[in-house]
Design a protein around this ligand. Structure first.
Ligand code: FAD
Length: 456
């Protein structure tokens, strides 16, 4: 028996399982509370820990040119249980890491059950016990309503969302600045807060037609009774109300002057800066249920976006996430209740691997704090540090929506000019990604080495 007080982790999904593993491996006991099978969710089907509720893919495993592949590698180097069991249950999937979901979940469950410092307590936590002085909330996109209500009471009425309404996000460097221009409507704010993509009448009407014909994804049965429609209606639903609707909504052409043409635009798509680094721009009001494949084709019809590269495509889903940039500090503690940390999708990261990565960081932070050992966040130049930095401050709190890891979240290379020298187009972008990945793995070392030494 350890004489160290346990950390209580609520939720045994991707994030909670990883957090428990990290915490326990640093010598701190954990009580992992998982409500299944006592209480289920609309998406989980088993009582296994780290159940994958939909696809069986951890996405690209390419650590040189893909940000999620790099995240895999960083997690492997940080003794991740999710990656260890993911690798052990891998099935053939080209350049992706896909897993046998049953073998994967069974492997995670076994490792946690067998760990001498981890106790698994099956049951819903509706309110963390006031005597628990270190709590990690990792209850995911389908957090039980009673606990969600408690979080909402503490965080504030508007700071917990039950749906995401995701507008696509574009890498600034892929926008054609010979066509678009910076201007705010009626020159409000700084006068240049938005990027404007102009359309003439023909372009607009063709765009509406293609938008309406594009393939859409359906809501699941349990997602249908949703309150999202008032605030953030998908653009295709707006367009279906009449061809002029978007022109009187997010695409209104008023208060703007195209410096490249005397012709007044018939409609304008506006892009707004999405991260503090200024590398990403979101399409204002363009949340959509179009299928991913269709989105690229439709949005690249917009003048200036013909070669757009998307850091994130649009979507609307049932979700539960807090406004992390506002509510959390840099170490994932709730400012209003510092004994509570958050991990996983509820922090506003998106995806299995990202959720586990935030679990990995939170588990370590909680353990180091418990042991009284000074600790730091991974550098922003690493994939883990880039996600952490985005959700705890890099993102705009006013428009915060869930985000996958992508290279747009990383600070630019110090030696970019040198790295891209002699490269053009896609080659240039690949050279940058490769250099960013190499920098990340070097910078990760200073974060992981002290624990490896400690554990040895
Ligand atoms: C329908 C759906 C499909 C998805 N598809 C994909 C996909 O294909 N690929 C992808 O990368 N991501 C997908 N996601 C996102 C995915 O859920 C997350 O990426 C990932 O599972 C989040 O990990 P997590 O640990 O934060 O939450 P989860 O893995 O959901 O784990 C949270 C755990 O907390 C438990 N819990 C909830 N409330 C309580 C409580 N009060 N007390 C105790 N336990 C509680 C739950 O039972 C659950 O086990 C999907 C999400 C949903 C909802």
């Amino acid at each position: 028996m350890s004489d160290i007080n346990p950390v209580h982790i609520i939720g045994g999904g991707l994030a909670g399982s990883e957090a428990a593993w990290q915490c326990a491996n640093l010598g701190v006991p954990v009580i992992l509370h998982e409500m299944r099978p006592e209480r289920g969710t609309d998406a989980h089907k088993t009582d296994g820990l780290a159940e994958l509720v939909c696809s069986n893919s951890f996405r690209s495993d390419d650590a040189e040119y893909n940000a999620v592949g790099l995240l895999h590698e960083e997690m492997r180097r940080s003794n991740s249980l999710i990656m260890r069991e993911g690798d052990a249950s891998a099935v053939p999937a080209g350049g992706a890491l896909a897993v046998d979901r049953d073998i994967f979940s069974a492997g995670v469950t076994r490792a946690l059950e067998e760990h001498p410092l981890i106790t698994i307590d099956r049951g819903e936590v509706t309110l963390p016990d006031p005597s628990w002085d270190s709590v990690i909330i990792a209850t995911g996109p389908l957090t039980s309503p009673a606990l969600a209500e408690e979080i909402r009471k503490i965080g504030g009425e508007d700071q917990l969302a039950f749906f995401d309404a995701i507008a696509p996000i574009i890498y600034k460097e892929s926008i054609d600045f010979d066509t678009v221009w910076f201007q705010s409507r009626y020159d409000k704010g700084s006068g240049t807060d938005y990027i404007n993509c102009p359309m003439n009448k023909d372009q607009y009407l063709t765009f509406i037609k293609v938008l309406l014909e594009a393939d859409k994804t359906e809501f699941k049965d349990w997602e249908k009774d949703t309150p999202y429609f008032e605030g953030c209606m998908p653009i295709e639903v707006m367009a279906s109300r009449g061809p002029e609707t978007l022109r009187y909504g997010p695409m209104k052409p008023v208060g703007l002057t195209n410096p490249y043409s005397d012709e007044k635009p018939y409609a304008v798509v506006q892009l707004r800066q999405d991260n503090a680094l200024g590398t990403l721009y979101n399409m204002v009001g363009f949340q959509t249920k179009m299928k991913y494949g269709a989105q690229g084709d439709v949005f690249r019809m917009i003048p200036g976006l013909e070669r757009a590269e998307f850091a994130r495509l649009g979507g609307l889903h049932r979700n539960t996430f807090i406004n992390s940039p506002r509510l959390l500090d840099k170490m994932l503690r709730m400012k209003a209740r510092p004994a509570w940390r958050f991990a996983g999708q509820i922090t506003g990261c998106e995806g299995y691997v990202e959720s586990a990565a935030v679990g990995l960081m939170t588990g370590r932070f909680a353990a180091f704090e418990r042991l009284g050992i000074p600790y730091a966040a991974p550098k922003e130049t690493t994939a883990m540090g880039a996600i952490l930095s985005h959700i705890t401050g890099g993102a705009d709190a006013k428009t915060f929506q869930p985000m996958n890891v992508n290279f747009g979240l990383f600070p630019p290379l110090e030696n970019e000019a040198e790295v891209v020298k002699g490269h053009k187009g896609k080659d240039k972008s690949r050279a940058k990604k490769k250099a960013m990945s190499a920098r990340a793995l070097v910078d990760l070392e200073s974060w992981t080495t002290p624990d490896i030494k400690r554990a040895a």
